[in-house]
Write a protein that binds this ligand. Structure first.
Ligand SMILES: CC(C)(COP(=O)(O)OP(=O)(O)OC[C@H]1O[C@@H](n2cnc3c(N)ncnc32)[C@H](O)[C@@H]1OP(=O)(O)O)[C@@H](O)C(=O)NCCC(=O)NCCS
Length: 229
């Protein structure tokens, strides 16, 4: 996948959502992609306003009648709710409607030729993605992760910021990795795991597992009693 160095708007996209994630997607696509955002869609029950960021908002149920999948593409920047299952559900529903789902790869990410990235991926700035990495469909890499060589991140995963994925790691579908998690080389993170913020994973995990590292302890002295700082 090529980065978006040519910013000429050549294709039109509808974004799912009208909250902060949709706002961010609109911002990144507008400033750093060849896609022009033409509007937004939300589930009918959530349709309270007809416009967002000065663009139309329509119901997801009716979107294909207004923004034809023959003309418009779609982007679904839903966060990690229900351990990514909500985003996956909408991803499959949009595909069933006939939409092609775009991916956004920040021009400020570091990548190498031959990178494989699926559909509906949202890859923010300062991700370092080494050679021979494969990224599946519907994956979100928030800012600043390191994805080591020959690693595979499968469908519907979400990596928060500054996760270190060492070389030859496999992350199975529907995983969530919190900020500053660290994954040792050759490890497999099995399906639907949650890796808590700051957690160090040294061995392969078990499916649906929640892993948390040691939290910080309160020191015995308050800060104004420390001698060396
Ligand atoms: C793992 C996680 C999902 C659990 O969430 P939760 O169910 O709401 O858990 P709680 O915050 O209620 O914490 C439960 C216990 O686990 C501990 N714990 C939670 N997360 C921890 C972590 N990452 N490391 C160490 N301990 C942790 C808490 O200290 C608490 O311990 P206690 O019962 O002894 O007080 C969450 O803590 C986490 O790490 N989320 C990721 C945050 C993140 O990366 N956000 C960025 C999103 S873009």
């Amino acid at each position: 996948m090529k980065k978006n160095l040519n910013k000429e708007k050549t294709e039109k996209v509808i974004i799912f959502g009208n909250g902060q994630m949709a706002n961010l997607a609109h911002f990144y696509l507008t400033h750093d992609s060849p896609y022009e955002v033409a509007g937004f869609c939300v589930d009918k029950d959530f349709l309270k306003e007809n416009s967002f960021n000065n663009l139309p908002v329509v119901s997801f149920e009716d979107v294909e009648a207004i923004f034809s999948p023959h003309v418009f593409k779609m982007f679904i920047p839903i966060s990690y709710k229900n351990v990514n299952k909500l985003r996956a559900k909408k991803y499959y529903q949009a595909k069933d409607k006939g939409y092609e789902l775009i991916s956004y790869l920040s021009s400020k990410a570091t990548t190498w030729p031959g990178l494989v990235i699926g559909e509906n991926c949202f890859i923010f700035e300062n991700n370092v993605i080494q050679p021979f990495v494969e990224i599946g469909n519907n994956v979100i890499l928030w800012s600043g992760n390191h994805i080591g060589h020959h690693s595979k991140i499968k469908d519907h995963c979400f990596l928060a910021s500054h996760v270190v994925v060492s070389g030859r790691v496999t992350i199975e579908p529907y995983c969530f990795l919190g900020v500053n998690a660290t994954i040792r080389d050759n490890v497999v993170i099995e399906q639907s795991c949650v890796i808590g913020a700051g957690t160090l994973i040294l061995k392969s995990t078990t499916k649906n597992g929640v892993y948390i590292g040691p939290p910080a302890k309160l020191y015995s002295l308050p800060s104004d009693k420390l001698k060396n700082i």
